[in-house]
Each structure stands twice: as structure tokens, then as C-alpha cells.
Design a protein around this ligand. Structure first.
Ligand code: SF4
Length: 234
């Protein structure tokens, strides 16, 4: 059995298993610590910083998804500083990308009273939808670079390594090597990236086509035609 440690979270003395992160401990005790880049199926990497908490004695807010709980730690999960930080992160995200289909983040925006017009002059990421394979589309105008898709495509799940970060600074985005179309990469169309994407940037092709106004029948005809072309001997 793992050793227990004692710490104080939001003024309550609690016990936690040694080795657990502040996020795990906080959630065990029913604290609502929001997460975006964090996912149960992927390695925590503290990219988005929405889960920050205040730890007494630490100069800066700590990302709860990677910082381990320690003996006698005093943690605040919703102090004024924490709320201001989360609100600003949400406002910055909403100013630069399309979060219209990110349902969980929309809930956070309301919870933290984030103002979508806080940074009206921010440059928005607006890129054309990539529709290059039969299974899913990639709409990187909705991508907040959480890295979940890259992680499940790599050694957190599929070991396919078809996508990764590319570019630098503001130009950073998710892409394939040399921007190849998906069918020309190692992608096996497993769909795990679509499953973990929190914003709708990755979406099943059928859902996309229905939203574009195509009927289920038209989509079936499209798929049948595609199958026939595939079966045709070369
Ligand atoms: S495509 Fe989706 S899962 Fe991948 S980094 Fe962007 S938001 Fe995250």
C-alpha cells in the first residue's frame, strides 16, 4: 500500500497517496479543477496551464496535472490569482481561434466569466479545412495545440507517429511530415486522434459532410464510389 501524506487543500486537512498529482488529489476530494490539454489516456504535459493552482511558498502558480502532492503542502485550487489566470487563458484562447464547438471550454468560459472580446485585435488562426482522406477532416482554425492527438498517435497509444508539431512560435501547428496528405503518411485511420480532440478540429468525415448539407444518401453514394475506385484493378 502506498504511503500517505498530509496536506491542506482549500483550508481542509486531507490525506493523499504519495506519488499522486495535485490534480488527482483535488479531484479525489471533489474539487473542480478544469483541464484542457490533460486527458486520462495521454501523458500529462502541462501545456495549456488551465489547471494551475496556488501552492504556498511557490512564486508562480503550479500546473496541477504534473506537480506531485507533498507532505504539508498548502494548496488553493480557486484563489483570486488562480481564477484570474484561468480567465485570462480562456480569453486568450477564445481571441485567437474558433472555440464554437469546444463544449467543455464554453462551460469554463461561463464559469470564469471570461470575456470573449477582451483582446479584440488578436490575430486569429484561420486556415482552410484539410479534407484529404475518407475518415476525418482537420480544421486547424479550431486547434488549440493541446497535443492530445499527437500523443495518442505516438507512444501514448497507437505508435503510428503520423502527426506532430510543426513550425515555430505563432506559426506552430499540428501537421504531417512535409505536409503530406494523410493517405501518404503512416496514418492507419484508427480515429483515436478524433476521439481525444477537445475542440472539433478533428472530426469524422461523415459528420462534417452532414454539417455541409449533404444527405445520408448522398454520403453513401460518395462512399460507394470511393470503394469502387479502390477495388478497380490498376
Ligand atoms: S487537433 Fe485537436 S487534439 Fe490535436 S492539438 Fe489540435 S485541438 Fe488538440
Amino acid at each position: 500500500m502506498a504511503d500517505k501524506i498530509n496536506l491542506i487543500v482549500d483550508g481542509n486537512e486531507i490525506q493523499a497517496e504519495q506519488g499522486k498529482t495535485l490534480l488527482e488529489v483535488a479531484r479525489e476530494y471533489g474539487k473542480d479543477v478544469p483541464t484542457i490539454c490533460y486527458h486520462d489516456a495521454t501523458t500529462a504535459n502541462a501545456l495549456c496551464r488551465i489547471c494551475v493552482v496556488e501552492v504556498e511558498g511557490q512564486r508562480v502558480l503550479q500546473p496541477a496535472c504534473i506537480v506531485k502532492a507533498a507532505e504539508n503542502m498548502k494548496v488553493q485550487t480557486r484563489s483570486e490569482k488562480v481564477i484570474r489566470s484561468r480567465k485570462t487563458i480562456l480569453e486568450m484562447l477564445d481571441s485567437t481561434m474558433d472555440l464554437s464547438e469546444a463544449a467543455e471550454i464554453q462551460v469554463m468560459m461561463k464559469d470564469y466569466e471570461a470575456d470573449p472580446n477582451r483582446f479584440p485585435d488578436a490575430e486569429r488562426r484561420e486556415v482552410p479545412v484539410k479534407d484529404d482522406n475518407p475518415m476525418y477532416i482537420r480544421d486547424y482554425s479550431k486547434c488549440l495545440l493541446c497535443w492530445r492527438c499527437v500523443q495518442v498517435c505516438a507512444d501514448d497509444a497507437q505508435y503510428t507517429f503520423a502527426i506532430n508539431f510543426e513550425g515555430r512560435g505563432y506559426e506552430t501547428q499540428i501537421g504531417t511530415f512535409f505536409d503530406k496528405a494523410i493517405p501518404e503518411t503512416t496514418c492507419v485511420l484508427c480515429g483515436q486522434c478524433v476521439g481525444v480532440c477537445p475542440t472539433g478540429a478533428l472530426k469524422p468525415k461523415r459528420e462534417f459532410l452532414l454539417e455541409q448539407g449533404m444527405s445520408p444518401n448522398e454520403i453513401s453514394v460518395l462512399n460507394t464510389g470511393r470503394k469502387r475506385r479502390k477495388e478497380k484493378p490498376t
